[in-house]
Design a protein around this ligand. Structure first.
Ligand SMILES: [Zn+2]
Ligand SMILES: [Zn+2]
Length: 652
């Protein structure tokens, strides 16, 4: 019968609850007896749960995993403040009458208590000033208030008064601990080192300190030791219990391990990025995934991802063994390309050189192998932040050398990736439905069009654009031999028309489909006014029946976002062909750039005279503006902006 959780309420633990929850009363600060067994009544008493495989819990008879562990409790010799609630204790203490313990407010208080009145409205007693010194000390007119006194005052507060100040979840005196819960060993397991030595959890170390000091305090009280000794031990107990809860308290020294490493308190376990909530519950590690740095590789297709061999050997895909594929499966095992086999009875076996031949002999229909990924396997590739659906796309695996994922620079735009150290994640899909879905919906060629603005998000970048830009220059001329060499080095298989020489534009046209007709201005032409000027720099791109007649190809033509040609091709070709065009275009650009050579020098960064002049003018203009404002300010005529002083208005 399943249950639905309606609500969860957090409350304070009363001493009665601490006691009734507990199975063991802790009285001993020793962990192990001389024979190496956990001491009864110690903080790792066997009744607190099991942490060793093969053993059973002394309380519930459960094995490891079945038994969640059981609490114990420690009777504190003197009460101690729960540091996690000092602020609330301070608030209540200030509002409580020192004599009659009534909350000194009249009527209901929703938020925040009013300041302490000088006289109690109920018993008319004069009130002294309460001072709080971090982390856990309270003074009343410079006289220290010990936790016992505070607890006595809180005990006398009537329930109606607590309701008035909306104190929920228990009684305020429970904020001063008299019983201390000892958590189960399952939340602080000890580990056995290779040397056979036992290493205890930080919390266990702290608990040992707490029990030891408490024991010593109790003995000293019993023998009637001098007041100052008892004070010191009490203070020490308060310190250890406080740092057990939170070891980053302001005003208290860090509790340290013998090695000098600060111990982890309960707060430290939960808090921050690596803490339980953000580190273990919200962020989980994913199986069949890999993460590493990305590097550009313009030679692979836009729908491929270069996967390092080392990673490919770890990531696997399950394959059912059938009469049809048993031969291939055996070959894979022989080539060490299978990591695990699962028998029909569910037993999973790791393949090692020792058991390889046995497995080859026994494997038959119904077994499942986990084979390493190979070229052509579909994978999901992702770069955070995953802001839109094209932050995760499906790429085909291409196993390659090196330590980094390789990515065609043409797909940087949708991922918003660059190669200054960016890392990306790869996921290997584990069943046929997922693979089909990824292939049909998430593959790169299915996501060339942006879901945001309808234009292409995939297109040539940087060197790829520079290459085609230089190739489509007016005076580029190549022999047939040069052209075929160019295509060969680009890895493009294409049939050349029977001609002696080719212009750069003719070479580029070989990639275009015959039915492409388009006319647009390139990036340079946009900044010019007259048609004459635009024509002069070859800025008007004209493509007629798949032939580039005029204009130089740049990012407006083939880049992401604008990509006029890509956009048009999407309408007249199927996606596979558009992908091919982007692949080939990028490769051609790179190949041409490599053949021709391209470099920049420092002089390329010099500003032209006209720009220098403009900068000078802008600076002078701003200076004049500022002087005018200062003048106005001196004469008191400056417009004062809302919520600002005249000085602030001047600065804005
Ligand atoms: Zn148990
Ligand atoms: Zn009073």
């Amino acid at each position: 019968m399943p249950f639905k959780i309606g609500s969860i309420e957090f409350k304070l633990m009363s001493p009665e609850l601490i006691k009734s929850n507990a199975r063991v009363r802790i009285v001993n600060s020793e962990l192990y007896d001389p024979d190496g067994y956990p001491v009864e009544g110690g903080v790792i008493d066997p009744r607190l749960g099991v942490i060793d495989p093969g053993l059973y819990c002394r309380t519930c008879k459960g094995s490891i995993g079945e038994c969640l562990g059981h609490f114990g409790y420690l009777e504190l010799a003197k009460p101690v403040i729960n540091v996690l609630y000092v602020k609330i204790i301070y608030e209540i203490l200030k509002a409580t009458c020192a004599k009659c313990s009534r909350i000194m407010v009249e009527g209901d208080v929703a938020e925040g208590l009013p300041p302490t009145p000088s006289k109690c409205p109920y018993c008319k007693a004069e009130q002294k000033k309460i001072k709080f010194v971090k982390p856990y000390t309270f003074y009343e007119d410079n006289e220290e208030l010990d936790p016992l006194v505070i607890r006595e005052r809180f005990e006398k507060i009537p329930d109606e008064d607590l309701k008035k100040i909306q104190f929920n979840g228990g009684r305020p005196e429970w904020l001063i601990l008299t019983l201390f819960p000892i958590p189960p060993v399952t939340m602080r397991p000890s580990i056995t080192l290779e040397t056979g030595e036992r290493s205890e959890d930080d919390l266990t170390h702290k608990l040992v300190d707490i029990v030891r000091i408490n024991q010593s305090l109790k003995e000293n009280i019993d023998i009637g030791a001098p007041e100052f000794i008892i004070r010191d031990l009490w203070e020490l107990l308060q310190y250890h219990i406080s740092t057990y809860f939170d070891n980053e308290l302001t005003g208290a020294p860090l509790a340290r391990h013998r090695s000098g490493r600060p111990l982890k308190g309960i707060v430290q376990r939960l808090k921050a990025k690596e803490g339980r909530l953000r580190g273990n519950l919200l962020g989980k590690r994913v199986n069949f995934s890999a993460r590493t740095v990305i590097v550009p590789d313009p030679r692979i297709s836009i729908n491929e991802v270069g996967v390092p061999e080392k990673i490919a050997k770890e990531l696997t895909i399950p394959v059912n063994v059938t009469p049809l594929n048993i031969k291939d499966v055996k070959n894979l095992i022989k080539e060490d390309k299978v990591n695990y086999v699962t028998r029909p009875d569910g037993r999973k076996i790791k393949i090692t050189p020792e058991n390889k031949n046995d497995i080859l002999k026994n494997i038959t229909d119904g077994w499942v192998i986990e084979r390493q990924v190979e070229d052509g396997d579909i994978s999901l590739f992702n770069r955070q932040p995953s802001l839109h659906r094209i932050s995760i796309m499906a790429h085909k695996v291409k196993v390659m050398s090196g330590q980094a994922f390789r990515l065609n620079p043409s797909v940087c735009f949708p991922y918003n990736a660059d190669f200054d150290g960016d890392e990306m994640n790869l996921h290997i899909l584990q069943n046929e439905e997922a693979r089909t879905e990824a292939r049909m919906l998430m593959s790169v060629e299915n996501n060339i069009v942006s879901p945001k603005f309808g234009g292409p998000v995939i297109g040539l970048e940087l060197d790829q654009v520079s290459g085609v830009y230089m190739l489509t220059e007016k005076n580029v001329l190549m022999t047939k031999e040069e052209v075929s060499q160019l295509f060969a080095s680009a890895g493009i298989d294409i049939e050349l028309p029977d001609k002696e020489t080719f212009t750069g534009k003719e070479v580029f046209s070989l990639l275009l489909p015959d039915n492409l007709n388009i006319e647009f201005e390139n990036n340079e032409a946009k900044n010019l006014d007259s048609l004459e000027e635009k024509k002069k720099i070859d800025g008007i791109v004209v493509i007629e029946n798949g032939v580039l007649k005029e204009g130089r190809i740049d990012k407006v033509a083939v880049g992401p976002e604008k990509g006029k040609i890509i956009n048009k091709l999407l309408k007249i070709l199927d996606k596979e062909k558009v992908k091919e065009f982007i692949d080939n275009c990028g490769r051609l650009g790179i190949a041409y750039l490599m053949k021709r050579g391209y470099s920049i020098g420092l002089s390329d960064f010099d500003l032209p005279k006209s720009v220098q002049k403009e900068i000078k003018e802008k600076l002078e203009e701003s200076q004049k503006e500022a002087n005018k404002l200062i003048e106005k300010y001196r004469e008191g005529e400056i417009r004062i902006l809302p919520g600002m002083t005249p000085e602030e208005s001047l600065e804005t």
